[in-house]
Design a binder for this molecule. Structure first.
Ligand SMILES: Cc1cc2nc3c(=O)[nH]c(=O)nc-3n(C[C@H](O)[C@H](O)[C@H](O)COP(=O)(O)O)c2cc1C
Length: 361
């Protein structure tokens, strides 16, 4: 049974994520990794670099290298069976930018509910434990999970499917291959159709110029997951993946295969007919996103996560003073992503890899 407790997740592979945006460090403990796995540090660093901030005008100007330090769990670069703990030190913090947020919560961010839940003891700086920065340790765990999955012939890859009103070509839900996913992963702007990237960039920069933000959708595929992986009901692959993806800050929607579009289809179009392809049972379409009854059917697993526009915007907004219990105008300072979606692509890959690996182990 997958255990979900606040900042912990997993059944066989348990991960616990700790830290705040401006605490000395953030990190992850992973319990249950098979012993004897050599970690490809170069590949892990490259994976983390895709999420790291400050790479271009499309993300926050907060620059951090996001280099993990391994405190335990490795012996001579190989997993040794003991819980693995890795941290990333927070080196580029400007807590003054957040001084007013303990009393005047940002609309759309977690400031107000966190204040109520923790009686005003929450760390408001940089979004505290609710910061998108906490997806860096998720990516450490996910980057390791991707390496383990790859040894089992499974490739996970994602692309920017939508920014505001600009759409990329969706993955080929039936024929997508591991090699195609890898090719997209290597792109600076990970889209299937490169011709849409400039319009997506323009949408982000236009919002940024007016101190506003935009959202979008990340589509992720996992190829090579054998039929039979998963469980019914609460431990179903959809349940596990959704729990993991909704833990990614700013995710407000998750759908599998044709997702919400299934609602307007007839059974005769939504059903994925069975065929024999390459000596194996496959389906001719993949509206169910590779999962039936919570269990993989051997087709590519397809999931889409919708990200809302970044809540911290430079435009004056209506908020309240919690101490005076009266209206107060708020202008958010600090360095924020005008769009989260681009940096979230490896985060979605990490989340999917972790949920799948936990189900497979
Ligand atoms: C990679 C990443 C970066 C983020 N950067 C910011 C940011 O710069 N400013 C901000 O307000 N929210 C940012 N967020 C989103 C907030 O952390 C999130 O909206 C907030 O914690 C409230 O959670 P919810 O939107 O899931 O309800 C980021 C999220 C991710 C995944």
């Amino acid at each position: 049974m997958v255990i979900i407790m606040a900042s912990m997740y997993g059944s066989k592979l348990k991960i616990s994520i700790f830290g705040q945006s401006h605490s000395p460090a953030i990190g992850v403990t992973i319990d249950g990794l098979p012993a004897g796995l050599p970690i490809d540090m170069e590949a892990l660093h490259q994976f983390l670099a895709r999420r790291a901030p400050g790479q271009n005008a499309l993300s926050t100007s907060r620059r951090e290298a996001d280099v993990p330090e391994f405190l335990s769990g490795l012996y001579e670069g190989v997993t040794c069976g003991a819980p693995l703990t890795a941290i990333i030190r927070n080196t580029n913090t400007r807590s003054g930018d957040y001084a007013n947020l303990a009393d005047c919560p940002r609309p759309g961010h977690a400031d107000y509910p966190a204040c109520v839940k923790w009686n005003g003891h929450q760390d408001p700086t940089g979004g505290g434990h609710f910061s998108g920065r906490l997806t860096a340790p998720l990516c450490i765990a996910g980057g390791i999970a991707l390496q383990l999955l790859s040894q089992r012939g499974i490739t996970v890859g994602a692309h920017v499917a939508q920014i505001e009103a600009v759409h990329d070509t969706p993955f080929d839900s039936v024929h997508i291959t591991g090699e195609a996913l890898q090719k997209i992963r290597d792109k600076a702007f990970p889209v299937v159709d490169d011709s849409v990237a400039p319009s997506m960039e323009a949408a982000i920069l236009t919002a940024k110029r007016s101190a506003d933000s935009v959202g979008g959708i990340v589509e992720c595929a996992a190829v090579g997951v054998p039929a039979g992986v998963g469980d019914p009901m609460f431990d179903g692959l959809e349940s596990r993946l959704a729990a993991m993806l909704f833990a990614v800050p700013a995710v407000k929607g998750v759908e599998f295969g044709a997702g919400f579009d299934c609602a307007s289809m007839r059974g005769s179009t939504c059903n994925d007919p069975y065929v024999i392809r390459g000596g194996a049972v496959r389906t001719a379409s993949n509206n169910n996103g590779g999962i039936l009854g919570g269990i993989a059917n051997g087709m590519p697993i397809l999931v889409r996560a919708a990200f809302k526009p970044t809540s911290s915007i430079g435009i004056e907004q209506d908020s309240v003073s919690l101490s005076r219990m009266e209206p107060q105008k708020l202008i958010v300072h600090g360095r924020h992503d005008p769009c989260i979606v681009l940096r979230a692509v490896p985060v979605v890959e990490a989340a999917v890899a972790l949920a799948l690996l936990d189900a497979i182990l």
